[in-house]
Design a protein around this ligand. Structure first.
Ligand SMILES: Cc1ncc(COP(=O)(O)O)c(C=O)c1O
Length: 404
């Protein structure tokens, strides 16, 4: 079979694959605990469904404009004013089928073959593959101090004549770590000096803990005119627990948005009008749902941190936001794929191997499930990871033996 070079260069999403495996195991009746997911178990805001219901029942759901419904763009104008204090117009907004597509459209619009796109490791699994799909070269920046956030000097060392864009995801999937304002200020200044695009993936900007305020990209940019190279990505998937609705957006200079809309028009056409209506409802009335989700996530994070810190050999840095803890398990098993496979097979706990995010020796463990799942998952993890934790473990009425 002939496959294109691009097709051959792309790897499957480890997180989506894990979701599929977890779903299959559950369907087969296995008592699986999924601590690898990236979506809340809470429900979408009621206003989301109410807003879409009438159109749904009309049975006349038609194409939406390629770059999004005018009312959905107006909702994003409102969102950007409310949460960033930044005035924009509908011409600055592209509505896509998820934040993922908004990022893909931005990359397709700006990257030429051989252009470099820079981002920090550990990174979201899709960044390298999305950059390659757009014809670019992913350039990964490691923190010199071995941590989760590279310094300005670490980034500067990777900027070249070929750097077209930098992607910033803060707080980050998979670590929950955040870029401080000073670092962001430095990065924005360097990128503006050198004409480098900044793709700010802000999908987790409202899912933050302990009163942390993520730096506002619009206040860091000195150029917010229509020649700005800042693209801010957002969506309803995470904050409003609407992953399956597939609505995200990009806010950028109008000429760039126009091009992204033209590309999207030929690629997928506009996102579903039905779920755009739902997203409009969520943005208008879903703030209490977001606040409740943040409170639940913070509780879950504290629960998970306590449980993980009690396991011999596991190190965790408290995340500042998101759904994730990125636990260092290298003292137990440096090969994270091997470890994740063992956990799934032996104690039926799904966690994502750190190697998928560019950092082996770690596991991404989610806080977006229920407290019961976190407690039960950690009970199993503690047994599987610590050889001194007893000879047997009960799972759903079955007894596992350490040497069995
Ligand atoms: C960092 C990051 N960006 C973007 C996305 C994609 O979001 P959406 O579901 O809106 O496509 C995700 C989802 O996992 C993510 O973690």
């Amino acid at each position: 079979m002939h496959l294109s070079r691009v097709a051959q260069s792309i790897s499957e999403s480890v997180t989506l694959k894990l979701n599929a495996t977890a779903a299959a195991l559950r369907k087969a009746g296995e008592p699986l605990i999924h601590l690898g997911g990236g979506e809340p178990v809470t429900l979408a805001p009621a206003a989301a469904v109410k807003n879409a219901e009438e159109l749904f029942r009309s049975r006349a759901i038609r194409y939406a404009p390629a770059s999004g419904l005018p009312d959905m763009k107006a909702a994003v104008v409102d969102y950007t004013q409310r949460f960033y204090g930044h005035p924009i117009t509908p011409a600055n907004v592209l509505i896509s089928s998820g934040a993922k597509q908004a990022i893909a459209m931005a990359l397709t619009a700006i990257v030429d073959p051989g252009d470099e796109v820079v981002f920090a490791a550990p990174y979201w699994v899709s960044y390298p593959e999305m950059v390659k799909l757009a014809g670019g070269l992913p350039v990964v920046v490691e923190a010199g101090d071995g941590g989760f956030v590279p310094s300005l000097a670490d980034f500067e060392a990777k900027l070249t004549e070929k750097t077209r864009a930098i992607i910033i995801n803060s707080p980050s999937n998979p670590t929950g770590a955040a870029f401080e304002r000073e670092l962001m200020q430095g990065l924005f200044a360097r990128c503006e000096e050198r004409g480098i695009y900044i793709l700010m993936d802000d999908i987790y900007h409202r899912l933050v803990f302990d009163g942390f305020e993520p730096p506002n990209p619009f206040t860091l940019a000195s150029d917010n005119s229509e020649s700005s190279k800042l693209v801010v990505i957002n969506g309803v998937s995470k904050s409003y627990a609407m992953t399956g609705y597939r609505i995200g957006w990009a806010v950028a200079a109008a000429p760039l948005v126009k091009v992204m809309g033209v590309i999207q028009g030929h690629q997928t056409s506009g996102p579903s009008s039905l779920t755009q209506l739902a997203a409009i409802g969520a943005i208008a009335e879903g703030d209490p749902d977001v606040a409740a989700l943040v409170a639940k996530l913070q509780e879950n994070r504290d629960l998970l941190l306590g449980k993980l810190q009690a396991i011999e050999g596991v190190k965790v840095v408290p995340p500042k936001g998101t759904f994730y803890c990125f636990a260092d398990v290298s003292a137990i098993e440096p090969d994270s794929s091997k470890l994740a496979a063992m956990l799934l097979e032996k104690v039926l706990v799904a966690a994502v191997p750190g190697v998928a995010f560019g950092r082996d020796g770690h596991l991404r463990i989610s806080t977006c499930g229920s407290a019961e799942d976190i407690t039960e998952g950690c009970r199993r993890l503690a047994w599987a990871l610590d050889p001194n934790a007893g000879a047997t473990l009960e799972i759903a009425g079955k007894t596992l033996h350490r040497d069995g």
